[in-house]
Design a protein around this ligand. Structure first.
Ligand code: GAL
Length: 991
């Protein structure tokens, strides 16, 4: 009897009799028909649609497969419901295994004509790579199977139902089903046949499934290959590797010298599995994953994972990602020095794994399991701890391993994500071990690591990671579990939450990873923003997030937490990550001036393939360049100290006379760039300060007073009480001290580890409502001194401000501004500096030519990617259009900036800047065509409208970014506390 589970039942694992389920590995030479393309489609409000599976669906709509029905006509129309976003919470009542009667259900129809020859021998199977969430399949009106496991394959033997000529395939897909309780990943709820469908011929005596073991022995340089083949009895399979001259029987083990596979050198061999009836070609890599002395290794060498968490996503297609997008993701990762991916939180489209094999990325393949929505209920009813669900959970890991085990890129299996604890953790772990003993197991939810082989955590502080690195973490109550866990490598399966502007503080973790052998690396959360392509009422396109689709329950912009913006533009966070993950680390040596420290972070590659390019940069301009004459030959893990003189020889002596700041830039460049490398690609870059700038020459001019009582200080006009009226003839609409910024997503959250969030502290301190009261203007010699107090309503903290104006000449004014915090402060401040709103019609188009860090943005804890030089952008280009608008676009270390205003250039030159008693180099500059208040008020970038002013922040200091949206806030080293600051700035008009 065939059990027919309903969408509310958990009785049968995948709805298909397990013996028929053959997730085959590799490319076969047997024919297949793609069933991708147009299907007939109709959406019903309930799972019982009342439609006969024999109904051909004449007159129904058509829909593209693969795809999600909610996005079928997006962004122009939403005829089949809309996407919905929740992170943890289930959007249905938690009543497992039942689901609501209101259950959007799609009926799909199409016909397929199977070549007559297919029916002469063997079987015909219908294969689904992914259907969300439960489905039932009928052929020619005969119901054949039900299945689930949205991100897992299903194969159904349809042979006996086929007829000559056109066959009708009917698929009924429900949005909600019992397995919904297993698929509560933090992503959009989207339904339908979203991966490919095919009809395949399975010849009698064909290769049903191949299990590959391809290990590498680094002590002998030999690979060990064994391929076990499942096929009809009586047929012998041969295994050949033409390139190696291997020809053995299936099941036989063979050793042969090979080149190993690693993410650095992704060497693959074609392994051909043949029976009389079929040839399957597998792309095989020889590599061994092991833990020796508590250290994670590949091919015997310690390997660090510089990883990201990747969901599958495209703004217009949801999880129905195209092969082009998969390749784009892989190449973007390679370009940004990512060497590892966790496929959060389900097995990806199989083609993605092919690409990881081919281009070289280590993969944690994660089971399609998350039951997070049970956590708010105290984990009551959690399927992870319910024996009724054991077959279903075991079925999921089984299908994952059987589908994917032949991929060399997979170095670890993950049992799932955020699914609590319970009997099924052990059941899943055991099931995997039976199928594949060659890879360690991972599950973050198993804190004691009882059932897994690595210790994994998400979002711990760097202090805790340091303890773990040293093996000094707090003990577990169970002594034997504690001793075992201490022998395991540690992985950060998630860290550095990339939501909005951030993450900051990457180096705090990566320095530890580099230092401690036990720390095997980590995976930033997450690869990209899942912004859905939609339109505003007036047709303006934008990327929507939770709440933009009328959801009853949603988690807002928490879905926009990636390193790529929704249109796949690398965010500043990804550019910073590339610098942090650089395989050749180039940093100033902390103990020696004018010295670089280089470290080879590769596990298998020496640095002979790189050239060191140096440049001397004076006042932002490159004044000398060259290549390091000697060969840099660093073995994996090796460090070298190089002084600027060793690198540049005489050249550095020649620039020492400059009155400008001089920097030495060093870039590690591949001698032969990989095919995927973009222009300017390098493997690591850094800078050291050779000499600071000379102080600005003293101002010697005299301020003048007009008949109306205004004061002229060079190009700056102050009114009688000392407020700035204009600069270089450009009216100034607002000028005052500022200490606020439009909160980033991180600022807006209270971190896991702090009692107060930044935004909370700023609001409490009145920074959202600052006004400046000018207290007096006096002339002291040639200096006009304006005193003021800047504070917000309802608080007694504020700033005492002193402006000292001096004339340099008719076109240049010198300002020394001193800001002294007064009162009791509840926490950090966002910035400390001067805010100017200059009247400017087309402010976004104004060019900014600056000397300072660039070309991208930089914040106190995100400075690795930005190098001091001379850069040019328009004001619009300075900004980043985050999916949810927020503070963005700061440039640190700016010593000079020229704005190409409509009336002529206006230049700001930074002199001495003191924060507390620390002297800092240059100012922090931000410019935008709207106010911070408008930036904060906007929910989406297209809502921001230039307001006729150029808003310029000239700051002595700014607060870091941190990762408070999930994890720790800004660390003490990058936190801006209220502190006295003094900053000298010159305004020059017309130059
Ligand atoms: C983690 C979770 C991820 C994601 C992240 C926050 O707890 O595993 O799926 O929700 O938090 O963005």
């Amino acid at each position: 009897m065939v059990v027919r589970p309903s969408h509310e039942s958990v009785v049968v694992p995948n709805g298909v009799l397990p013996a028929r389920f053959r997730p085959r590995a590799g490319g076969t030479d047997r024919p297949a028909l793609s069933l991708d393309g147009e299907w007939r489609f109709r959406l019903f409000p309930e799972a019982s649609t009342g439609v006969d599976p024999a109904d051909r669906g004449e007159g129904w709509d058509t829909i593209e497969v693969p795809g999600h029905w909610q996005l079928a006509q997006a962004p122009d129309a939403w005829p089949y419901g809309r996407p919905a976003y929740t992170n943890v919470l289930f959007p249905i009542p938690v009543d497992p295994p039942r689901v609501p009667r209101e259950n959007p259900t799609g009926e799909y129809r199409r016909t397929v004509t199977v070549p007559p020859s297919w029916q002469e021998d063997g079987r015909v199977v219908l294969r689904f790579e992914g259907v969300d969430s439960w489905f039932e399949v009928a052929v020619n009106g005969q119901i054949l199977a039900q299945s689930h496991g949205s991100r897992l394959p299903t194969e159904i033997d349809v042979t006996d139902a086929l007829v000559d000529g056109a066959n009708l395939v009917a698929v009924r897909v429900t949005q909600w089903s019992a397995p919904t309780y297993l698929e509560d990943q933090d992503q959009w709820w989207l339904s339908g046949i979203f991966r490919s469908v095919s009809m395949e011929h399975r010849p009698a005596g064909g290769v049903d499934h191949a299990t590959v073991v391809a290990e590498y022995d680094h002590t002998t340089g030999e690979g060990e290959l064994r391929v076990d083949v499942e096929h009809d009895a009586g047929h012998q399979a041969r295994i050949t590797v033409p390139e190696l001259g291997i020809n053995v029987a299936a099941g036989e083990t063979v050793r042969h010298p090979v080149q190993p596979w690693s993410a650095e050198h992704p060497r693959l061999y074609d392994v051909v599995v043949s029976t009389a009836a079929e040839q399957v070609t597998l792309r095989v890599g020889f590599r061994t994953v092991s833990t020796v002395d508590g250290v994670f290794r590949v091919n015997g060498a310690p390997v660090k994972l510089y990883g990201v968490n990747r969901h599958e996503f495209e703004p217009a297609r949801g999880r129905a990602v195209t092969p082009e997008t998969m390749l784009e993701d892989v190449l973007l990762m390679k370009q940004h020095h990512v060497n590892a991916v966790r496929t959060s939180h389900y097995p990806p489209h199989p083609h993605f794994l092919d690409l990881c094999d081919e281009h070289g990325l280590y993969v944690i393949d994660e089971n399609d399991l998350e039951t997070h929505g049970f956590e708010p209920l105290g984990w009551r009813g959690n399927p992870t701890d319910d024996p009724q669900w054991t077959p279903v959970l075991v079925d999921r890991v089984t299908r994952m391993v059987r589908r994917d085990a032949h991929h060399p890129s997979i170095i670890m299996w993950s049992l799932g994500n955020e699914s609590g604890e319970g009997c099924n953790v052990e059941a899943m772990a055991s099931a995997i071990r039976v199928l594949d003993g060659s890879r360690p197991l991972h599950y973050e939810g198993d804190w004691s690591s009882e059932h897994v082989d690595v210790y994994s955590r998400m979002y711990p502080t760097s202090e805790e990671v340091a303890l773990i690195g040293r093996g000094e973490e707090a003990p577990l109550a169970d002594g034997s579990l504690d001793s075992r866990r201490r022998t395991l490598p540690f992985v950060l399966c998630e860290y550095a939450h990339a939501m909005g502007n951030g993450p900051g503080g990457l180096t705090d973790y990566l320095d530890l990873v580099d230092e401690h052998p036990r720390l095997m690396g980590g995976f930033v959360w997450e690869w990209m923003d899942h912004g859905i392509a939609t339109r505003a009422a007036d047709g303006t396109p934008f990327h929507g997030y939770g709440g933009d689709f009328g959801e009853e329950l949603h988690d807002g912009a928490f879905i926009a937490d990636g390193l790529l913006l929704a249109d796949r533009t690398p965010s500043p966070g990804l550019v910073e990550l590339a610098a942090a993950y650089a395989p050749v680390q180039v940093v100033p040596d902390l103990h020696r001036p004018q010295t670089f420290r280089l470290r080879n972070r590769y596990a298998f590659t020496s640095t002979e393939h790189i050239r060191l390019e140096w440049a001397l940069v004076a006042g932002g301009d490159v004044v000398a360049t060259g290549d390091y004459a000697a060969e840099l030959s660093l073995a994996p893990g090796e460090t070298r100290i190089l002084t600027v003189s060793e690198l540049t020889g005489q050249a550095v002596q020649d620039v020492r006379a400059s009155s400008e700041a001089v920097w030495c830039t060093l870039r590690a460049v591949p001698r032969e760039a990989p095919a995927w490398a973009p222009d300017g690609f390098h493997l690591g870059a850094g800078q050291v300060l050779v000499r600071p700038a000379a102080p600005l020459p003293p101002a010697s001019g005299v301020p003048t007073r007009t008949a109306e009582g205004n004061h002229h200080v060079g190009p700056v006009v102050l009114d009688a009480v000392g407020r700035i009226l204009s600069i270089g003839g450009v009216p100034v609409r607002l000028s005052r001290v500022d200490a606020w910024r439009a909160p980033t997503d991180n600022d807006g959250s209270r971190s896991w580890y702090d009692a107060v969030g930044d935004d909370e502290a700023w609001t409490k301190a009145g920074l959202t409502r600052l006004h400046e009261r000018v207290e007096g203007l006096v002339r002291e010699g040639d200096t006009l001194v304006v005193t003021a107090r800047c504070a917000g309503a309802a608080t007694d903290c504020g700033f005492a401000v002193r402006y000292e104006w001096r004339t340099v000449d008719h076109s240049t004014a010198d300002l020394v501004i001193t800001i002294r915090p007064e009162g009791q402060w509840p926490g950090s401040v966002a910035r400390l500096g001067l805010l100017l709103a200059l009247e400017q019609a087309d402010a976004g188009a104004v060019t900014v030519d600056w000397t300072g860090m660039g070309p991208g943005e930089s914040y106190a804890d995100s400075t690795l990617a930005a190098l001091t030089g001379r850069w040019q952008h328009t004001v619009d280009e300075l900004g980043t259009r985050y999916t949810r608008p927020q503070e963005n676009g700061a440039r640190r270390g700016v010593t000079r900036a020229t704005f190409g205003l409509a009336t002529g250039p206006l230049t700001l030159t930074a002199g001495e800047v003191l924060v507390g008693d620390q002297q800092v180099h240059g100012i922090e500059l931000t410019a935008r065509p709207w106010s911070d208040a408008a930036l904060h008020a906007a929910d989406h970038p297209h809502e921001l409208v230039p307001d006729g002013s150029l808003w310029v922040h000239v700051d002595a200091a700014g607060h870091g970014l941190g990762s408070a949206a999930c994890g720790p806030g800004v660390l003490a080293s990058a936190m801006l506390r209220p502190a006295p600051v003094t900053m000298q700035v010159r305004f020059s008009a017309g130059q």
